[in-house]
Design a binder for this molecule. Structure first.
Ligand code: URA
Length: 230
């Protein structure tokens, strides 16, 4: 929310007073004086006017998890363990997943309480490349890379997938980079060739790679510079 709106929503200030507070450099967000009425106030921001604390701001939290197979990318599930069950953190109800993975898919998963950050990562316009290591049941044909690069028609959504890059590593192993996150996308792309995906592992999301010190099921907080990659 804009800081002028945030302040004038409070019963103690009217719009005229808010304008003055800003001009008189009496408003601070996260310790910095702001004069621009458009400055953003997030749920994480500390907002002060003179010595008065108006909002303490809650800590933004960001985690990288090595998702193991056999757990659900959801915050709750009646039957199976969820990725949130793997986190030993307080206030887990606040957390959500930035980019889900299927039940048996493994690899990089990002979990946060910062909705603006996760939206930036996952919204289609961002076109963030997600790189998957893939193992298949049948040999990967020479024509796959061209087909994936051209885009595949998905009848259910009535759309053609964005160009994807396939790097064949072995007869039945490859690395695939996609910029979307359609439902079962990688499996459906290989499914076009009737080739079943036996193993799927997300290695990276944009510039962020799964920390190889993390074993399946382990997680760590993101470092400041990693948070700022997005
Ligand atoms: N594509 C899939 O088919 N499954 C995943 O978990 C991720 C991408």
């Amino acid at each position: 929310m804009r800081v002028d709106r945030f302040l004038s929503n409070l019963p103690r200030y009217n719009r005229q007073q808010v304008r003055l507070l800003l001009v008189e450099k009496r408003v601070r967000i996260d310790g910095k004086v702001v004069t621009d009425p458009h400055s953003a106030v997030l749920e994480f921001s500390r907002v002060e006017v003179d010595d008065l604390l108006l909002q303490a701001g809650k800590p933004a939290r960001y985690f990288m998890l090595h998702k193991p197979p056999g757990c659900v990318s959801a915050t709750r599930d009646p039957q199976h363990p969820t990725v949130l069950d793997l986190l030993d953190e307080p206030h887990k109800d606040d957390l959500h997943i930035a980019g889900r993975l299927d039940f048996n898919t493994t690899g990089l998963m990002l979990i946060t309480n910062d909705g603006a950050w996760s939206r930036r990562l996952t919204q289609p316009q961002t076109k963030l490349p997600k790189v998957y290591y893939v193992e298949t049941e049948q040999d990967i044909g020479a024509d796959y890379a061209r087909t994936f690069a051209a885009g595949l028609y998905f009848a259910f959504e009535d759309l053609t997938t964005q160009p994807a890059q396939l790097q064949v590593l072995g007869p039945r192993t490859a690395r695939l980079s996609i910029v979307e996150g359609r439902y079962h996308q990688v499996k459906r792309m290989f499914g076009h060739f009737n080739n079943k995906v036996l193993r799927l592992h997300r290695e990276s999301m944009g510039p962020l790679h799964l920390d190889n010190a993390l074993k399946p099921g382990e997680y760590r907080a993101l470092r400041t510079e990693e948070i700022h990659l997005f």
